[in-house]
Design a protein around this ligand. Structure first.
Ligand code: NAD
Ligand code: WQD
Length: 333
């Protein structure tokens, strides 16, 4: 029996494949390389010394998905495949609704037909919209403030409705906060195709000289240094959250959401300072206007994941900054 990992060539997916393989899980990976590169698959094999089946497939293509299920004995699915750029989702909403929602519906339909009932979904802290306070618990009100967030909320609702109608489904909705960092080997990391939108990939571009300066989006928030506060967690810790979620859905029916974060917030300036200090580099920056739709503070209460998944983060900010640069500098050509 194998775990199907969709989007397994991507940033979080590739790190999760490594941790699953390291624990003796059999995996099958599917990705269309929309936002990743084929060499990531070789890197995962190199890091783990293990082989697995890979399908270059679009999860929106029903016949490809049905074929994967026909050719393999799939016990559970971890669904990472999706588009994730908030700004792009505002400009191209239909593209986001189609890819993120349709792929999930096709997968769940095929799973139902194949009697595969264990599903782990990549949700996001974005489903909390602008949170009313921090730290955020899973029972906070949900809402979306952009099309990307709407796709995550809609898929969560699809999963809840599916579970209500089919109570033998076992679904974990993992609400990630802000993953950064890279594998300790330096062989895999965050390597998006095109222009990045998130803070750490942009810091990497400044550090490698591809960008002159970092825009700090606002220093007039009601936070100690005026800049936005987020819950950054190491991608390897996040990957281990998926290992625990698979163990959970193997044991129990249900459809439950879990925050995956550290429970601690850092400001933009704290991230820049930690990155500079750990790597001995200077990141030139300037204060730019606030970015539309940004919350002042967003960090998790991760106690539900600790209690029910037996998961908590272990890796600190310095290692997040060190490993991010260790990977990024190896990509400079
Ligand atoms: P990523 O872009 O690195 O990985 C996604 C992978 O899915 C890519 O390899 C891409 O090629 C693939 N893909 C996209 N559409 C596909 C399709 N239709 N068929 C097959 N493959 C497809 O992104 P990531 O950072 O690894 O994020 C993984 C998931 O986690 C996404 O669903 C994202 O929305 C969610 N998420 C990410 C973050 C974050 O900050 N990175 C935070 C919260 C949630
Ligand atoms: C972090 C902080 C910015 C860039 C987004 C999505 C969320 C999730 C994670 C997928 C904020 C500041 C950023 C820059 C800056 N993704 N910043 N200059 O906005 O918390 O979350 O990614 O689900 O859904 O919304 O992450 O990395 O973009 O920003 O000052 O050039 O860095 O204002 O305070 P965010 P981010």
């Amino acid at each position: 029996m194998a775990v199907l990992v969709t989007g397994g060539a991507g940033y979080i997916g590739s790190h999760t494949c490594v941790e699953l393989l390291a624990r003796g899980e059999q995996i099958i990976v599917a990705d269309n390389f929309y936002n990743s590169k084929p060499r990531v698959i070789d890197m995962v094999k190199e890091i783990t010394g293990k082989d697995f089946k890979f399908y270059k497939a679009d999860i929106c293509d029903r016949s490809s998905v049905e074929n994967i299920f026909r050719e393999n004995d799939i016990e559970a699915v971890i669904h990472f495949a999706g588009y994730k750029a908030v700004g792009e989702s505002v400009k191209e909403p239909l593209m986001y609704y189609k890819n993120n929602i349709y792929s999930s519906v096709i997968l769940l339909e095929t799973m139902k037909k194949s009697r595969c009932k264990q599903f782990v979904f990549s949700s996001s802290a974005t489903v909390y919209g602008i949170p009313k306070s921090v730290p955020i618990t899973e029972d906070f009100p949900l809402g979306s403030i952009n099309p990307y967030g709407s796709t995550k909320l809609i898929v969560e609702n699809i999963c809840r409705d599916l579970y209500d109608s089919e109570p033998d489904f076992r679904i974990a909705l993992l609400r990630y906060f802000n993953p950064i960092g890279a594998h300790e080997s330096g062989k895999i990391g965050d390597d998006p195709n095109g222009v990045p939108n998130n803070l750490m990939p942009i810091i990497m571009r400044v550090a490698s000289g591809k960008l002159d300066k970092l825009s700090v989006y606002g220093n007039d928030y009601p936070t100690p240094d005026g800049t936005g506060i987020r819950d950054y967690l190491h991608v390897t810790d996040l990957a281990l959250g998926h290992v625990r979620a698979i163990e959970k859905v193997r044991k129990e029916v249900g459809c439950k959401a879990f925050n995956l974060g550290t429970g601690k917030g850092y400001s933009v300036l704290e991230i820049i300072n930690a990155f500079e200090e750990v790597n001995g580099l200077k990141i030139p920056d300037f204060i730019a206007p606030r970015r539309h739709g940004d919350a002042a503070e967003c960090y998790s209460d991760p106690s539900l994941a600790k209690n029910e998944l037996n998961w908590e983060t272990k890796i600190g900010l310095n290692e997040m900054c060190r490993s991010s640069w260790n990977f990024a500098k190896s990509q400079i050509n």
